[in-house]
Design a protein around this ligand. Structure first.
Ligand code: 6PG
Length: 477
């Protein structure tokens, strides 16, 4: 067999899917996994693609099987394992070879790895990959960070394996250094917000109207034909329609209400905070997952405070159902506007020059947040490239103008019924503060100046002023 065009380390769900995807696109791929049993099992199940796969028992063998200059794709767990593999590979790789980290790395680790490999002759790429198991196997969304020259070298393979939206590949070079992993982190932050807001709408119907899972699923299936058309809404409909083979009940009703998280959503919220960009819908979604994990505490609090208002006597009327759909859409608009603003700020701070419309385009297919909406977002950015905020583009202003009254009614309904909607209400609060020309921070400034003489600006003049607040200060003039 001819030498492999690329190596891949880590045959977990994402790694094995990507390896098969690469082999299927006609690129011979050498694969290695720390436990060789997994390599054997993977190769054994690769069927006719085996002709394009070279299973390797060691890093030395993997490197020897790749045609130089060698690209090696790391698909191992983010964190320590990536550093260990890089250390191991450095023993065998030669000048001009390349390591591509395709895991969910923290972009700050990615930037450190760029620094550590500087001058080693080995090129590095930090690559965000989204799409779960099916995406990896049949076409993920690929977000690349590193030098443009490095991207050009792997572009043919990455373009071949990426998802396609109306023929356009969902892979792109986004900027130097940690750009790819940063964008993936914000993707995940938005993913958290999308999922949380969907769950909040589900909660209103389940607990506010005692609607059964299948009926809620049917609503999501219907909404998937409108502005909410997206992978997450589609799978929500399927999830809610699935029965538990063991109990016969809806499977979702048998699942414990305690959500896991691996950290990317939290990183998105942390980075937003570090840059001083409000990403309240994302923050609320991360916090909601953390509170969900406190199952025992919530049970005790429910006993201490009693239940919420009794569910409505009948099903929701059509107008309220329409409101739920548009509320979710309005929340989505706010969450994406926040996520894109975080990326815009990071683009300046880290000098990445992130291409916002391209990011929206490569998220239209393959990734977990894929949707029609992202096509609209890309167009909004294209038509109004100079708009200082996504919510100030003509398209978004029109969409939000139409949708926010529904968000208001739904949040108000939930608040009065005692149903938690933290992400939807964060989105509404953000929107209302965003469009308030005269806010209430004049009082914050007054308080800061009162207790700490921090100074304030006046509406009728220049400069920094202080008080007078106390009778003594007043007397001094
Ligand atoms: C993707 C996903 C994926 C992520 C899972 C789980 O884009 O394919 O974002 O990368 O690992 O969604 O993330 P949590 O465990 O944090 O929910």
């Amino acid at each position: 067999m001819t030498k492999a065009e690329i190596g891949l380390i880590g045959l977990g769900v994402m790694g094995s899917g990507l390896a098969l995807n690469i082999a299927e696109k006609g690129y011979p791929v050498a694969v290695y996994n720390r436990t060789s049993a997994r390599t054997g099992a993977f190769f054994g199940s690769a069927g006719e693609l085996r002709g394009n796969i070279v299973p390797c028992a060691s890093l030395r063998e993997l490197v020897a099987q790749i045609r130089p200059p060698r690209p090696v794709l790391l698909m191992v767990q983010a964190g320590k394992a990536v550093d260990e593999q890089i250390r191991g590979l450095r023993e065998f790789l030669a000048e001009g070879d390349m390591i591509v980290d395709g895991g969910n790395a923290n972009f700050r680790d990615t930037m450190r790895r760029f620094d550590e490999l500087e001058g080693s002759g080995i090129t590095f790429i930090g690559m965000g990959v989204s799409g779960g198991a099916v995406g990896a196997r049949h076409g993920p969304s690929i977000m690349v960070g590193g030098s443009r020259e490095a991207w050009r070298r792997v572009e043919p393979i990455l373009t071949a394996i990426a998802a396609r939206y109306r023929g356009e590949p969902c892979s792109a070079w986004l900027g130097e250094g940690g750009a790819g992993h940063f964008v993936k982190t914000i993707h995940n932050g938005i993913e958290y917000a999308d999922m949380q807001m969907i769950a909040e709408i589900y909660g209103i119907l389940r607990d506010g109207f005692t609607m059964p899972a299948a009926a809620i699923g049917a609503l999501f299936a219907k909404w998937n034909g409108g502005p909410l058309d997206s992978y997450l809404v589609e799978i929500t409909a399927e999830v809610l329609a699935t029965a538990d083979p063991k109990s016969g009940k809806p499977l979702v009703d048998m699942i414990l209400d305690r959500a896991g998280q691996k950290g990317t959503g939290r990183w998105a919220a942390i980075e937003a905070q570090m840059m001083g960009v409000p990403a309240t819908a994302i923050e609320a979604a991360v916090a909601a997952r953390s509170l969900s994990a406190e199952k025992g505490l919530r049970g005790r609090a429910a006993a201490a405070y009693g239940g919420r208002a009794a569910p409505a006597a009948g099903p929701p009327d059509d107008a309220f159902i329409d409101d739920l759909e548009m509320a979710l859409f309005a929340g989505k608009i706010a969450a994406y506007a926040q996520g894109f603003t975080v990326m815009e700020e990071a683009s300046c701070e880290f000098r990445w020059d992130l291409p916002m419309a391209t990011i929206a385009r490569i998220w239209r297919a393959g990734c977990i947040i894929r949707s029609q909406f992202l096509d609209a977002l890309a167009r909004a950015r294209d038509t109004d490239p100079d708009a200082e905020h996504l919510l100030l583009t003509r398209d978004f202003a029109a969409m939000m103008g139409k949708a926010h009254p529904s968000l208001r009614r739904v949040v108000a309904h939930a608040a009065l019924a005692g149903l938690p909607v933290p992400a939807l209400s964060a989105a509404l609060g953000y929107f209302d503060a965003f469009r308030q020309a005269r806010g209430t921070a004049n009082l914050i400034q007054a308080q800061r100046d009162f207790f700490g003489a921090h100074g304030f600006e006046r509406v009728d003049g220049e400069g920094l002023h202080h008080g007078p607040w106390t009778p003594q200060e007043q007397a001094q003039g």
